[in-house]
Design a binder for this molecule. Structure first.
Ligand code: HEC
Length: 120
């Protein structure tokens, strides 16, 4: 199965789970879809991410409890809006940092943020 087909089927399966955890209130992002998107974009090659078995990277910080962390990249205060901005383009937020721009769309960055905010 191609990566795209895998991602699409993951999204479809994700849509079936009505008991999924919710992201932050008043924030338009789908946490279940975000989980599938993290696999799709390969964030796990650099980050350890709870609940995502293949995400065991150790290039960047582990995203344990990232939903309750005070600062992102030790630089911007952690809010859903700031996290989505970071995921969409970390080089715009903090030029020269080690996380590359991954080509994440604005809606996808909101879905991923919704999932990461379930990690309390
Ligand atoms: C090539 C490695 C790499 C990839 C791929 C990568 N990141 Fe990162 N990420 C980093 C590094 C390095 C940092 C730390 C940057 C800093 O502190 O200046 C970071 C920081 C972060 C942070 C802030 C964490 C904190 O506590 O400060 C979040 C959230 C994050 N990444 C999410 C993601 C997501 C979501 C993806 C996939 C779309 C992703 N990253 C892909 C390397 C990567």
């Amino acid at each position: 199965m191609s990566l795209t087909a895998f991602a699409v089927s993951s999204l479809i399966l994700a849509g079936c789970d009505t008991k999924s955890e919710q992201g932050p209130p008043n924030f338009a992002g789908d946490a279940k879809r975000g989980m599938a998107l993290i696999k799709h974009y390969g964030c796990g090659s650099c980050h350890l991410i709870p609940q995502i078995a293949e995400a065991k990277g150790n290039v960047g910080p582990p995203l344990l409890h990232v939903g309750t962390r005070t600062y992102l990249a030790g630089f911007i205060s952690n809010s859903p809006e700031n996290m989505a901005r970071w995921i969409e383009n970390p080089q715009k937020v903090l030029p020269g940092n080690a996380m590359p721009r991954m080509g994440v769309t604005p809606q996808h960055s909101r879905d991923i943020t919704a999932f990461l905010y379930t990690l309390k």
